[in-house]
Design a protein around this ligand. Structure first.
Ligand code: UD1
Length: 340
């Protein structure tokens, strides 16, 4: 079965292409490489044993979508393509609303026009803001977004919910990702941030590799056991497999109008300090870090209740944080070798 994967050359997208292939699907990548590198295609070929199918175009274009959906006989879509930098989204709100929501609307219209029913949408635990009760379930109230990026995820979910409620023949799942980390154990694909990484793990691995002088831990006076923030770090391959489980669930569903949201995390909260210490153990490297002030917009703690995804999708994260950090470190060393 042919599955369109928009943003399939990105971090989560590329790992999902591998998981889809392993599960017997035929992924068709649509990616304009605005925030990914062509080299990911070689990495995918190395893992999968054949060249990935790729359309190097922008997914905001109706003609492009129509042509690919028809040419490739697409039966389902996984929509990753989006801008994702929280800080940048505040500087460039119109670019973010246009790219993240404009492309979603065009995609939905084209799916309806071409008779494609199944869609998985990339949402984020950012919709829960600073939750009062942990872990967060899918019933936990959504909070007003604290960034334009977060707002594009919330509005994206609303667009999907409203579209399905209007009675179309669409079956849609929004997956609310917690913090994806790690890389493929082959070190052929992984996270490739451009410039100074905003996210914790690439900053840690680049510091350990000597590319950055030191990591700053943002805040050590939070009301948590060690004073640092708590997140739910999930191996990107577990996250990738959640997309396959969600797709299989949609394909089996024998109603033709459906929308729901699922948390995709491990269910375990890990602090920044615990993560740094675990990285040191796993890599055998002492990490140069210092304690710094809080980063604005960060929440104290968020981790997932994963009962709903386990019960309904039959999916659970299988890999440990240790394994994710070991894979991220192996990947970092592989990129350092390639660029040497
Ligand atoms: C961020 C976004 C989230 C988005 C996700 C995916 C915010 C508020 N949230 O999640 O919406 O879906 O990225 O990219 O930006 N940290 C440090 N030092 C660093 C970097 C991070 O201490 O140099 C800490 C942060 O304070 C945080 C934790 O590490 O406590 C994780 O940070 P990060 O990897 O940026 O993810 P989130 O902020 O959780």
């Amino acid at each position: 079965m042919n599955i369109l994967v928009t943003g399939g050359a990105g971090f989560i997208g590329s790992h999902t292409v591998v998981a889809l292939t392993e599960a017997g699907f035929r992924p068709v990548i649509l990616d304009d490489f605005s925030n990914s590198e062509q080299g990911v295609l070689d990495g995918l070929e190395q893992i999968m044993g054949s060249k990935p199918i790729i359309y190097a175009e922008n997914c905001h274009n109706r003609e492009t979508l129509r042509r690919i959906i028809r040419e490739e006989k697409i039966e389902g879509v996984i929509h990753f393509a989006a801008f994702k930098a929280v800080g940048e989204s505040m500087q460039k709100p119109l670019e973010y609303y246009d790219n993240n929501l404009g492309s979603l609307i065009v995609l939905l219209q084209t799916m309806l026009e071409c008779g494609v029913s199944n869609l998985i949408f990339s949402s984020s635990c950012t919709v829960y803001g600073e939750p009062d009760i942990l872990p967060v379930t899918e019933e936990t109230p959504v909070q007003p977004a604290s960034s334009v990026y977060g707002n594009t995820k919330q509005i994206g979910e609303e667009i999907l919910c409203d579209t399905v409620a209007a009675g179309n023949t669409l079956k849609i799942i929004s997956l609310r990702y917690f913090n994806p980390i790690g890389a493929h154990p082959s070190a052929a694909i992984g996270e490739l941030p451009r410039g100074v990484p905003g996210n914790l793990i690439p900053f840690i691995t680049q510091t350990a590799a000597g590319q950055r002088a030191s990591l700053t831990i943002f805040g050590h006076d939070y009301p948590t056991p060690d004073g640092t923030c708590i997140r739910d770090y999930i191996h990107v391959l577990d996250l990738a497999e959640a997309h396959v489980a969600a797709l299989q669930f949609l394909l089996k569903k024998d109603i033709d109008n459906y929308y729901d949201v699922f948390n995709i995390g491990t269910g375990e909260g890990v602090s920044v300090m615990q993560l740094v210490k675990t990285f040191e153990q796993v890599s055998g490297q002492a990490l140069n870090y210092k304690l710094g002030p809080r980063r604005s917009g960060d929440v104290t703690a968020v981790y997932a209740d994963v009962q709903k995804s386990a019960e309904q999708l039959g999916w659970k994260a299988k890999r440990s944080v240790q394994q994710a950090l070991a894979d991220a470190w192996r990947w970092q060393q592989a990129i350092a070798q390639k660029t040497r």
